[in-house]
Design a protein around this ligand. Structure first.
Ligand code: FMN
Length: 187
């Protein structure tokens, strides 16, 4: 499959997401990387932007889409079979749930969704059981959104935090692929 793979600014999970990205490439998918403007530009205690950019380019062998104008053709050119957003911040969840497209990643989703193609979300936010809860629930109720299974990562110290199971990103993408195949067979 042709996969658009998006990073948003949950910097503490980038290393885990890189492994999921690598797994998808190893499985033979053609994977095109996308980074939100924040994730493309911010150095944090989890690593420099340059480090992650280089890793993503090394793994995919492709240039990174990181602007709204570069993301805009995704829909018109039918560039991807599936769009993966892993990790997906509370910020990006809120925008997706409310039809806002003011970043490379939210624009990618909007453009991709115009063809009714699937979007896979890997939640990673400290307020999943707080302010972001309603946005997650809203997206779950939308057509074309799929979720990597997610769970509380530290119930004692961060009782409202939830993070997806990065080991199950590939499995979720495979489920989407099978779903599409079944859909094609039926109709
Ligand atoms: C070091 C650091 C870690 C962060 N981790 C998270 C996180 O795990 N989840 C989250 O929702 N936001 C996190 N944020 C906040 C987001 O980066 C911020 O909301 C940003 O606006 C997200 O933009 P984006 O969704 O366009 O990438 C973190 C910020 C910093 C500086």
């Amino acid at each position: 499959m042709k996969i658009g793979y998006c990073f948003t600014g949950s910097f503490c999970t980038f290393s885990k997401s890189l492994k999921s990205l690598e797994e998808l490439v190893e499985k033979g998918h053609e994977v095109y990387p996308i980074m939100s403007e924040n994730s493309y530009s911010k150095d944090t205690r989890f690593g420099t932007a340059e480090h992650f950019i280089n890793e993503i380019k090394r793994i995919t062998g492709k240039d990174i889409i990181h602007t709204i104008e570069a993301a805009e053709p995704i829909g018109p050119k039918k560039m991807f079979d599936v769009l993966v957003i892993v990790p997906c911040t509370g910020n990006t969840l809120a925008k997706l749930a409310n039809g806002i497209a003011d970043t490379s990643v939210t624009m990618a989703a909007k453009s991709h969704l115009r063809n009714s193609r699937p979007v896979v979300i890997g939640v990673s936010t400290n307020d999943a059981l707080g302010g972001a809860g309603k946005n997650i629930a809203q997206l779950m109720n939308y057509k074309n959104y799929w979720f990597v299974p997610f769970l509380q990562d530290d119930p004692v110290n961060k009782p409202k935090s939830m993070v997806c199971d990065f080991d199950r990103v590939c499995e979720t993408v495979a489920n989407v692929e099978n779903g599409i195949e079944n859909y094609k067979k039926i109709y």
